[in-house]
Write a protein that binds this ligand. Structure first.
Ligand SMILES: C[S@@+](CC[C@H](N)C(=O)[O-])C[C@H]1O[C@@H](n2cnc3c(N)ncnc32)[C@H](O)[C@@H]1O
Length: 478
């Protein structure tokens, strides 16, 4: 199995042969003046660091984005490039502040020659076109930043067909294929814009290029900063993720000095951990993200099983005799005709799952429940077992769905675990094996819950029994 992952990199969908420093030292463009690599900051960089990164660092220094006081600098780390502490850093200490004029967001694009053309486009598409254009321009303000962007990541959007076959049957595969289709469709639409504006895009832009830009934005763009939804922040985006970081609020927009004589908004990063000189500055990419989200967005997964997840999709059938009533009840409770329930390994089921399942399965004489005066009253009834038939049916629906999902994988959990134990997996195979094992474990957990429920069907108390008790007609009145 591992052999399909040791293909030469040219077999991967790694577009844009633009940035080469990860494989060979890049030479400067003839039109660029070489920098003198002798400033105070530059001598601090590890000489093993590729030249484009040294030049990027010099640019950061010259532009006043970093100063001698900046306590982090770029470094080569197991995750690629990263930020390394130059000295001990206290927890909560500000490690960098990137002035607004270097941020890349829709305002940045609006202020350029392509601003008008991009005005009606989705923010990410306008940023993607901007990136692709700046990447080709020798006189780009962001040239040295563009030169340190990677050619691709291990995100599943860049995997070859053979690599994708390793996640056969997984939800990650279907999500990846949908995302790829979406990007392809958007590219077809944007090709027309590019064609009509040849003077602004006087170079070919391929689908692979577009995927490159999409992948860069997915893996490096910040969101939720102030009122900016999507934005690239050179230097700050060298921060890698660590599971050791268990908080998420590390970046803020603050006013501050943005050069010798100016004051501006700064994108500022605070260290979530106490660091020693030489340690890597690490952040948290999202506590709620599943391993599939991490694999798709960033091209890595965490060993923690807490990120293993499976999404159960349930639906009220339009051919259901009680479709209208059921939909109304679902909608009154924040759900819809289709409902998605993210189930995480080791965690209890989402509270709305079982009531929704009971609603979907409600039929025959149980359907009288739908006639309750208030929709909320119906939902309250659905929080407890309705009838043996209904409860048996929900167990069957879920167990059948689990069985069908499990039959789609081409390996067992044991086989995946053995591969993991043997080690030596390529980074992409490591992701594939981790994802397919994780999904199956969650499916097993769900199946176990409903198998146990099936065994207790005779012990459960159902609606009619509760009603009779309430009326004092059986057992102890409440
Ligand atoms: C925001 S960038 C960080 C800088 C990046 N390492 C670089 O070389 O430019 C995010 C990317 O870094 C890598 N990365 C970050 N954290 C990682 C981790 N914990 N394990 C593996 N790769 C990681 C992934 O390739 C991810 O897509």
């Amino acid at each position: 199995m591992a052999s399909v992952f040791s293909l030469p990199s040219s077999s991967f969908l790694c577009p844009l042969k633009i940035t080469k420093f990860r494989t060979k030292i890049q030479t400067l463009h003839s039109s660029q003046k070489p920098f003198l690599i002798n400033s105070l900051q530059l001598t601090e960089l590890d000489p093993k660091i590729p030249q484009p990164v040294q030049i990027f660092w010099k640019w950061l220094c010259d532009e006043g984005i970093v100063s001698v006081k900046t306590p982090v600098m770029p470094g080569v780390v197991p995750e690629g490039l990263g930020l390394v502490a130059k000295r001990d850093i206290a927890k909560g200490e500000t490690v960098l502040g990137v002035p607004r004029r270097f941020w890349i967001n829709t305002d940045t694009v609006a202020g350029t020659e392509i601003g008008n053309v991009c005005a009606g486009l989705e923010p990410w598409i306008s940023l993607a076109l901007f990136l692709l254009r700046e990447k080709r321009r020798d006189d780009s303000k962001w040239k040295y930043y563009m030169d340190v962007l990677p050619e691709c990541t291990d995100s599943t959007i860049y995997w070859s067909e053979e690599e994708l076959s390793e996640i056969q049957g997984t939800q990650l595969l279907s999500t990846t294929l949908s995302v790829k289709d979406y990007v392809k469709n958007e590219f077809q639409k944007v090709e027309e814009v590019i064609r009509r504006n040849k003077q602004l895009f006087p170079f070919p832009i391929t689908l692979d290029d577009f995927f490159w830009a999409f992948g860069m934005l997915r893996s490096r763009a910040f969101s939720r900063v102030g009122n900016q939804n999507l934005m690239l922040v050179p230097f700050a985006d060298l921060a890698n993720h660590s599971a050791k970081v268990t908080t998420e609020d590390h970046f803020h927009e603050v006013g501050g000095p943005a050069g010798l004589f100016s004051w501006d908004l700064l994108f500022s990063f605070q260290s979530p951990l106490k660091l020693k000189a030489g340690d890597q500055f690490l952040v948290q990419y999202g506590l709620k993200k599943s391993n599939a989200d991490m694999a798709l967005g960033y091209g890595f997964i965490e060993p923690s099983s807490a990120r293993d997840a499976f999404t159960l999709t349930l639906e009220i059938s339009q051919s259901d005799d009680f479709y209208g009533d059921k939909l109304d009840i679902a909608e009154s409770n924040g759900l819809g005709e289709t409902a998605y329930f993210d189930i995480k390994l080791g965690q209890s089921l989402p509270p709305a799952l079982i009531p929704y399942l009971r609603l979907v399965a409600l039929s025959g004489i149980d359907a009288f429940l739908l006639e309750s005066i208030s929709r909320n009253a119906v939902w309250d009834h659905l929080k407890l077992p309705v009838s043996r038939t209904n409860e048996e049916l929900i167990c069957k629906i879920v167990r059948d769905a689990c069985k069908s999902a499990v039959s789609g994988y081409h390996t067992t959990i044991e086989e995946d675990e053995k591969l993991m134990e043997e080690g030596n997996l390529s980074s992409r195979l490591h992701i594939a094996v981790g994802i397919r094992a994780g999904e199956k474990k969650v499916l097993q957990q769900i199946d176990d819950i409903f198998r146990e429920r099936e065994l207790k069907l005779d012990e459960l108390e159902y609606y009619q029994e509760r009603r009779l008790k309430d009326l004092g007609l059986v057992g102890e009145p409440k």
